[in-house]
Design a protein around this ligand. Structure first.
Ligand SMILES: [Fe+2]
Length: 475
């Protein structure tokens, strides 16, 4: 365990705000005053600019941070292709050429990644967060900076104490479902628990550790992730809702600067501490071993940084008269395409909420959508799915692709059709979420076959018994 000068209380201090311009220093006066790149940066640090957008991106889109670090990130031996990890990870450019595009509704039992038939994060076994990532579905091409990838992960152990990972392919949105993630980034620490999310921007190096239980064993983790090859997540416009509501900017949290306070040697090549850096580059993994820690950023300022958000802080809004709004009303974060109002990826949640609509079919309506809809369940049950073999349960998922019909299963429909319409709280103790995309997503071999979690009878169990209520034109 690297020695740091920070104890556990200090490392989880945060700065609050979405898309803010922050500055933070772990040692006083580490940030230069009034300029970014002085001839000699303070305290013998190097200045390094981290660009998340083109230099010339419009001011309202421009993302960058200045890092003041002990050694610059460039000081490492050449990367080499990782030995045969990609197939087992479901990574590599090949899966994107072999995706299965099928119109059927799909639903999965909880993923466990080892095909043993057991479910739950305890089967994360020998995998850490990176090796436990499995590509489930995707669209586009990271080399063209277009599209996205959807993953399931299960980790049974922390990444090595001297390991770090980054992706040149995109920003990663992580949705823990079981087990907290102790995420150390170049820019500071984030503790991300189930019912929280985090976003780690393209290029930022990080290490994911699991939390230790009282008996010293690491608590396994499982969840979902979405990698955004194009653009970045923003808060959705609020329109007539006004200036507050949904996810409020002040509830997003960014880390404060931390660094490894140990011997660095005299040059970048003779330090006493080996660190293995793994990079994801066009869906392939590459590694190098450098003689110094990547966690040496003593101070930083900018608006390009990792952040977390507690889903319990989402201000849920809905109808107080009749019908219910489109599920876009539950959007937490939206990554827009170049076409206004059309997202490469929306992250949407279905939190506990009151339903009060009069003369209203209250569950989601039957639906076909030009957008693709991938859903997961963090905890509890989901109000539109009651029955069906296997069901829609925490750790599982469903995919309703472009123009694939879906909606409440027969049991949910009949129950809602005949329900007494009193004000009712739905979803207590529950939280489903959706990755919604304007792109048609293909499913990997792993998702469709290898994981052995596809519920073969999902469609028939859900909708095969949908009743005919038509009585020849009579009520
Ligand atoms: Fe839908």
């Amino acid at each position: 365990m690297p020695v740091t000068k920070f104890d556990i209380e200090e490392k989880y201090k945060y700065q609050n705000g979405f898309d803010s311009y922050f500055e933070t220093e772990a040692v006083p006066n580490a940030l230069p005053t009034a300029q970014n790149s002085p001839q000699k940066p303070p305290l013998g640090l190097y200045a390094e600019k981290l660009s998340g957008t083109a230099f010339t991106a419009p001011r309202h889109e421009n993302k960058q941070s200045w890092l003041y670090r002990i050694l610059p990130a460039c000081s490492h031996p050449p990367f080499t292709a990782a030995q045969a990890p990609n197939e087992s990870l479901g990574l590599g450019p090949e899966p994107f050429r072999r995706l299965h595009h099928i119109p059927n509704q799909l639903r999965w039992d909880p993923f466990d990644h080892d095909n043993s038939g057991s479910s739950g994060a305890e089967s994360g076994g020998a995998h850490d967060f990176v090796s436990g990532l499995h590509l489930l579905a995707g669209a586009g091409d990271p080399a063209m900076k277009q599209g996205l990838a959807m993953y399931s992960y299960a980790a049974g152990k922390s990444m090595g104490e001297r390991e770090a990972f980054y992706s040149a392919d995109g920003d990663l949105l992580v949705v823990p479902q079981e087990g907290a993630l102790d995420v150390r980034t170049e820019m500071g620490w984030l503790l991300v628990r189930p019912m929280e999310i985090c976003v780690i921007p393209r290029g930022v190096r990080y290490q994911v550790r699991l939390i230790k239980a009282d008996n010293g064993t690491e608590q396994p983790a499982r969840g979902y992730a979405l990698e955004l090859f194009q653009g970045r997540f923003a808060l959705p416009e609020l329109g007539p809702i006004g200036s507050n509501g949904l996810a409020n900017a002040r509830d997003f949290q960014a880390p404060v600067a931390h660094f490894d306070d140990f011997d660095y040697g005299t040059t970048a090549s003779d330090g006493p501490n080996e660190y293995r850096i793994t990079g994801k580059f066009n869906n392939t993994l590459h590694t190098t071993t450098q003689r110094h820690t990547p966690f040496d950023v003593v101070a930083w300022h900018g608006n390009y940084y990792p952040y977390k958000y507690d889903l319990g802080r989402f201000n849920t809004i809905g109808s107080i008269s009749f019908d219910h709004p489109d599920p876009s009303i539950f959007t937490v974060l939206s990554a827009p395409s170049d076409h206004p109002g059309t997202a490469v990826a929306d992250f949407v949640i279905f939190p506990p909420r009151w339903l009060v609509g009069e003369d209203t079919f209250r569950p989601p309506w039957y639906h076909r959508n030009t957008m693709s809809e991938f859903m997961g369940l963090i905890r509890g049950g989901y109000d539109a799915k009651k029955g069906g073999k296997g069901g829609f349960v925490p750790g599982g998922a469903s995919l309703h692709n472009v123009m694939s019909g879906h909606g409440p299963d027969v049991e949910s429909y009949e129950g809602a059709r005949n329900a007494e319409l009193k004000p009712a709280k739905v979803g207590e103790g529950s939280c489903a979420f959706m990755f919604e995309s304007c792109l048609m997503v293909g499913v990997t071999d792993w998702g469709l076959k290898t994981c052995q979690k596809v519920q073969a009878e999902y469609s028939d169990h859900s909708w095969g018994g949908v009743k005919v209520h038509w009585k020849g034109g009579k009520e």
